[in-house]
Structures are given as structure tokens and as C-alpha cells.
Design a binder for this molecule. Structure first.
Ligand SMILES: CSCC[C@H](NC=O)C(=O)O
Ligand SMILES: [Zn+2]
Ligand SMILES: [Zn+2]
Length: 414
């Protein structure tokens, strides 16, 4: 690598060493790092704070025609926690091993793209490039916990409206093959909590209508539906992200005792929580009906609470999906830029999980999820998350093409 490239890797490592993991992400240190980088590149910077202690860094490079819709590059600052004892190297040391692998929580999700955006902009600036459309970079808090105090408030803000964003790039996922992956939609996350009540009684008695029995009916009904969805993945033609997923994530019941739980009592209350993910075209009303009639019927003494974590439709009532055909000139330019960078692109996918992109799509803005990590195992939220130095550096070059082309998209093509 050149000395410049070594410096880019070092800056990546420095960002990775900031402890941005929940439940107590060091947003102040991350903000200081990002603002210093912006200064050294020559980007305009403002710090927005939609919730106390949760800065959102907004960087801008004004275009030569600031009246045209702009390009926004988004990356979240926060990370999920890590269990250091299960890692080969400490998760916030950003150790680079002999093979060039840089180990850190956030190496893939998604601190890589923040630094790659900035380094691509640095290279473009150094080459004398001038953008036609303005380029903005948003570095946002709290994506990993749902984005309520981050991208949700930002996308609904006056400051966001003033950016006149025409197109957004947000995080994607690693690709084990040499084709980059790109995501045109996320699944929508819902939380479902089901509570059952029933007659308590001696642990030895068999009787109908106990809370646990009622709740087990719920779990069985959910398991049956889950299988119907999962079977389509296993034997059918659907991808994981194209079906409705439902997974139990906690269960709560029993009478505590000093040594654990009382074993000879059947409890009068029981509760189970599910994580649900809905593809953009899922029939929402049908699912709600299924929940209240089949999974948690009140006649079986169950109540339920459904929490939709974010939008499922845009402001015009359309599913949250970005067109990936030539009807969308941003897509065509993106695809061309990837090819021009020497990259290959896989068929556009729905993302299995959820990102801040949904808030941008809700505003009706075309948004793609993309992280330039080819030939890389998918390690987000996993132990030993890493990114190879060479993959990181190639990503900078890819963004130079992508950003350069997107912000040059002529007025007439929109
Ligand atoms: C419930 S919204 C939380 C968003 C989170 N994003 C990344 O993992 C996810 O669980 O997909
Ligand atoms: Zn992420
Ligand atoms: Zn994540």
C-alpha cells in the first residue's frame, strides 16, 4: 500500500477504537473524531442534537448548482455490544493481523462506510473535482436501537428538508462472493408481546385454561406460521428477506424462589415476546387479523401489544421500496459507477434486518443500502467482526466512482 493508503487505514483504526457500543456509546469522542476529519478535508460541518447527548454530525460539500436535489451519504455512529472473551482480539483495539484483517466491533457495521465516504471525498477534493450537486454526509446516533432519536427525527426535521435530498446511500451488508450486494428495501420490524392469564393451581394437576397452557397455544400457532414461512425459504424460491419472519425472543413466567423457581405451582400469568420482520409488500391487515384471531385470541385469555418500529409505508401510502430499474436515474447512475469501478453487482435484494434507510424512504426519497465489502464473510453483530485492509481501500475507490457520478447526474436526467 502507498503511504496515503496506510494513513487511511490508520484513520479507520482510530475511528474503530472509539467505544461506540450500546448501552453507553461514546458519542462525544466519535463526534470529535468526525469533526476533525471534516476539518482536515475541508467539509462544512454542523452538529445537530435531536436528543440530549446524541449528536448527529452533518457534513456538506456544496455543489456548483445548489438548487439541484442533493446526494446524502448516511452512516450510523453507534454499534452493538461485543463479548470480548469470545473474540480473538479485543473488540475495540482494531488489531490488524498478518493477513490484513482489522478486527473490531463496527468494522463492517458500519464504521467502515463512514471513513470510506470521508476518504473518497478527500481523494475527490485532492484531485480537483467539483461536484455539480451538493454532497452531504450524515453520521447519526442510535440506529442499532431503532433510530428514534437519530434518523427518525432527522428525516422529519426542517434541517433535513432544507438539504433537498434527491438520493440516499446507506449501509448494506458484506458479500461472501466477488459481487457487491445492494438493497432496495428493508423489512419492517415489529415487536409483539403476548400475555396470557389463567387459573393457578398445583403443579400436579391437569386442568384446562391455565396461563401457561394458553400461552403454549399461542407459541404453537406462531411456530406453525413460522414454519410456513421458513419452508418457502428452504424449499421454495423465496429469499430469507422475502418472507415474514417471527421468532420468540423472551418468555416470562413462573413464581420465583430463592433457588430459582417454585416447581409445584402453575402460574397465573405468562408472557412471550416475538421479533417480527415484514417485507415491504406484506399484507399488514391480514397479519394483524391472524395475530388477534389465531395467535392471541381474547377467548383464550390472551392480550397482546403490537409495536411497529418505524414506518411501513411512505408519505404517499406506498411500500418502502426504491425502484432498481431505468425508471430511476439514480439507480442507473449507481449501477454504471459500480461497473466503471471494476466491480460486479449482485441482483438487488431486500435487507433481512432493518436500517435507517426506512426513514429516508418514508420521505419518498430513493435510498439504496450499500457497503462495498466483496469476498468478505458476513459478520455484523457477530464475534470477531473484521474487514480486510485491501477490501476497505478498494471500497474508497468504489465510492469515488459512485459519489463522483451521482453528484454529477445532470439536471435533465431527473
Ligand atoms: C427495531 S429497529 C432496530 C434496527 C436494528 N438494526 C440493526 O440491526 C435491527 O434490529 O434490525
Ligand atoms: Zn448497521
Ligand atoms: Zn447493526
Amino acid at each position: 500500500f502507498t503511504p496515503q493508503e496506510e494513513e487511511q487505514i490508520e484513520r479507520f483504526q482510530r475511528y474503530l477504537r472509539i467505544r461506540t457500543a450500546h448501552p453507553d456509546p461514546d458519542y462525544a469522542a466519535a463526534a470529535a473524531f468526525l469533526l476533525a476529519e471534516a476539518r482536515s478535508i475541508g467539509l462544512r460541518a454542523v452538529v445537530l442534537e435531536f436528543a440530549p447527548g446524541k449528536p448527529l454530525i452533518l457534513l456538506s460539500w456544496p455543489g456548483s448548482n445548489t438548487s439541484l436535489p442533493s446526494l446524502l451519504l448516511n452512516s450510523h455512529i453507534d454499534s452493538v455490544p461485543a463479548e470480548p472473551s469470545r473474540w480473538l482480539h479485543p473488540p475495540f483495539a482494531a488489531v490488524r493481523d498478518a493477513a490484513g484483517r482489522i478486527f473490531a466491533r463496527g468494522a463492517q457495521d458500519d464504521k467502515c462506510i463512514a471513513v470510506q465516504y470521508l476518504e473518497a471525498l478527500r481523494n475527490l477534493k485532492d484531485s480537483g473535482f467539483t461536484p455539480l450537486r451538493s454532497i452531504h454526509v450524515s453520521l447519526v446516533p442510535d440506529e442499532e436501537i431503532g433510530g428514534a432519536d437519530g434518523a427518525a427525527k432527522f428525516s422529519a426535521s426542517e434541517q433535513f428538508r432544507e438539504l433537498n435530498v434527491g438520493f440516499v446511500l446507506d449501509e448494506g451488508q458484506a458479500s461472501p462472493t466477488d459481487e457487491f450486494r445492494v438493497f432496495y428495501a428493508d423489512r419492517s420490524p415489529w415487536s409483539l408481546i403476548v400475555r396470557a392469564v389463567g387459573a393457578p393451581g398445583h403443579g400436579s394437576r391437569m386442568y384446562d385454561g391455565g396461563a401457561m397452557e394458553n400461552l403454549m397455544d399461542c407459541v404453537e400457532a406462531v411456530a406453525k406460521f413460522r414454519e410456513s414461512q421458513f419452508d418457502q425459504v428452504k424449499y421454495g424460491s423465496k429469499a430469507n428477506s422475502e418472507v415474514i419472519s417471527v421468532n420468540p425472543v423472551y418468555m416470562k413466567a413462573g413464581t420465583p424462589s430463592p433457588t430459582g423457581f417454585v416447581m409445584n405451582m402453575q402460574p397465573s400469568e405468562a408472557e412471550v415476546g416475538f421479533d417480527l420482520r415484514l417485507p415491504p409488500t406484506a399484507d399488514i391487515d391480514l397479519l394483524k387479523k391472524r395475530i388477534s384471531e389465531e395467535w392471541a385470541p381474547t377467548i383464550k385469555n390472551m392480550t397482546h401489544q403490537l409495536i411497529q418500529k418505524g414506518p411501513t409505508r411512505d408519505n404517499k401510502g406506498r411500500p418502502l421500496a426504491t425502484p432498481t430499474d431505468d425508471s430511476n436515474p439514480w439507480w442507473s447512475a449507481f449501477k454504471q459507477a459500480i461497473l466503471a469501478s471494476g466491480g460486479k453487482l449482485a441482483k438487488p435484494e431486500i435487507l433481512s434486518s432493518t436500517t435507517d434507510a426506512r426513514f429516508m424512504r418514508q420521505m419518498g426519497i430513493p435510498t439504496l443500502g450499500f457497503s462495498p465489502m466483496a469476498n468478505t464473510p458476513i459478520l455484523l453483530h457477530d464475534h470477531n467482526e473484521f474487514l480486510k485492509d485491501s477490501v476497505f481501500l478498494r471500497g474508497i475507490k468504489v465510492y469515488e466512482h459512485v459519489i463522483g457520478d451521482l453528484c454529477s447526474l445532470p439536471e435533465t436526467s431527473l
